[in-house]
Design a protein around this ligand. Sequence first.
Ligand code: UTP
Length: 469
Amino acid sequence: MQLNEQTLELLRKHEQEHLVQFWDELNDEQQRHLQHQIDDIDFTLQWKLIEQRNAKEGTGTDLDRAKHAKSPEQLVRLPQNEAERAERKNAKLAGLELIKAGKVGAILVAGGQGSRLGFDYPKGMYPIGPVSQRTLFQILSEQLLARSQQAGVEIPYFVMTSEATHLSTTIFFRDNGYFGLGEHNVFFFQQASLPAIDDSSSAILLSEKGSISTSPDGHGGTLRALQKHGMLDVMNERGIEHLFYHQVDNPTAIVCDPVLLGLHEKYESDLTTKVVAKATPEEKMGVLVTIDGKTEIIEYSDLSSEDAYRKDTEGNDVFWAGNTAIHVFRRAFIETLLFEEFSLPFHVAHKKIVHIDSEGTLVEPKSPNGNKFEQFIFDALPHTNVALVVEGDRDREFNPVKNSDGNDSPATSRAAMLRIASEWIQSAGGNVEEGVKVEISPLYALDAADLRLKKLDEQSFTEDTILNG
Ligand code: UTP
């Protein structure tokens, strides 16, 4: 296949001619792939990002924001007294009513590359079940199914994929019968990808002679991708007003948490965020704060060690409210943002990017050599009228799988699932013997109260067990 003159002209204009330097060595399929990737590049955006990187906007730290920050003001903390416990109880009932009325959908973001975990498939396919080896996708989908069954209404699942995860994810769901949710309730939508660039020039990098190095445009790409793939129309047709948003890597997130939904509705919030208390002031977690009356997130990289320990006038930590990336969005809020041709800011990451050099040799850099660009969903926060922050129970709700070992790894997440199951069994009057593993399928029980209905009185688990629904 001959490279067309128009493409060559475009690449020359944007100083990216090197992308086709190996064209003649490629077979037809590789040429078509490369042509398709080049057609997909938004060069106007690409130059904007390069200029932003050159000006170092968004790359350096923004320590000044922390100086003006206070702890979140529109906040519901974990209940400490009867009145607060009653508020949660009422919120749970209200949240269940919202679900029963068919007004709730769920968004799962599963487009990330999962590079820290180092797993060869999409992270959602990771076998996390401590006894069953069930995958993250299965455990999260079964939570949604159990919630649907509890409410007697089908809850649609909007699953965001990326170029890197789309095919395997859609095949995996299909081969597993959509985990019982029904094909008509699972909507896949693919986020955009952006080319990676060399950090000392404006050159886009090749991952192979016939392929541009790209990466997904960050979880903030969710908003544009929902619009591009007609998901907002689906939501509208199905009468969905609120979206429970969660990440693929936390199997203990309470999917479509009725308490969170109920509080979100009560406070008329546009975007509600679940936070947990940071383990230490210097823990690497984004924190929810209020700056000039607006709820925002400060990333850990933008918080100096000195600031991280700052206390308010009552002696409480200012930066305690760690972001779990569990949110509820009002659909109308998403639509307003998109209607205004709004774009979330791009953040520049400096990464090691394996690439092909001008000699055609594969380079595996030892230190960061290139830039990737990402949008973050929480940058929507300052655009809300009301952004509620709700504290959750960290041990129960936040056990993500980020790293291959150490903290936030499969080992810590599995241990948490076992601990939670054991606590529920104890509260239902049963007992798990030391060293025995019991895994509770969401289809068996969604929470401790659900399990108490199973009458486990005095049942003792002496061998590894999966309680299936
Ligand atoms: P992380 O920021 O932890 O990234 O994503 P990651 O890709 O999973 O892992 P690393 O950083 O490469 O090790 C948090 C959540 O956001 C989703 C991920 O799939 C995960 O559920 N995500 C992230 C996307 O859907 N798209 C993106 O572009 C980035």
